[in-house]
Write a protein that binds this ligand. Structure first.
Ligand code: THU
Length: 126
């Protein structure tokens, strides 16, 4: 699948974002190695710490359906390139280390490797 198409799916998923507190609306589309796409959006809560980011929403949906191998995740938040937060990077790392992270603003697409954004994860260091 073209990353442009994956981003378009993330853009559509963003429409369901529930972000009344931050007003920062995020959509994601997670492509599995088997070719399926799981969408996600951020789901905020009055108890802020209960907020679920769009990336972890998509990953939980996929893993709950038996998918654990991913090839790419597209993240779309509108105006600005938005990278997954540290918790989401760690969550992605748990399942796939060589995943492409596809970011975009309204005009351009940038593709990173997970390792570019998180060179060292929370693992025991010798
Ligand atoms: N957020 C995401 O869903 N994904 C990101 O990559 C960045 C941040 C959400 C969490 C919160 O609902 C809002 O954006 C502001 O941080």
């Amino acid at each position: 699948m073209e990353y442009k198409e994956l981003l378009d799916i993330a853009k559509t998923a963003r429409k369901n974002a529930y972000a009344p507190y931050s007003k920062f609306y995020v959509g994601t589309a997670l492509l599995t190695k088997s070719g399926k796409v799981y969408t996600g959006c951020n789901v905020e809560n009055l108890s802020f710490g209960a907020t679920i980011c769009a990336e972890r929403c998509a990953i939980a949906k996929a893993v709950s359906e038996g998918e654990r191998d991913f090839s790419a995740i597209a993240v779309y938040a509108g105006e600005k390139f938005t990278s997954p937060c540290g918790i989401c990077l760690q969550t992605i790392y748990e399942f796939t280390k060589d995943i492409d992270i596809v970011l975009a603003d309204r005009n351009a697409i940038k593709v990173y490797k997970l390792q570019d954004l998180m060179p060292i994860s929370a693992i025991p260091i010798e």
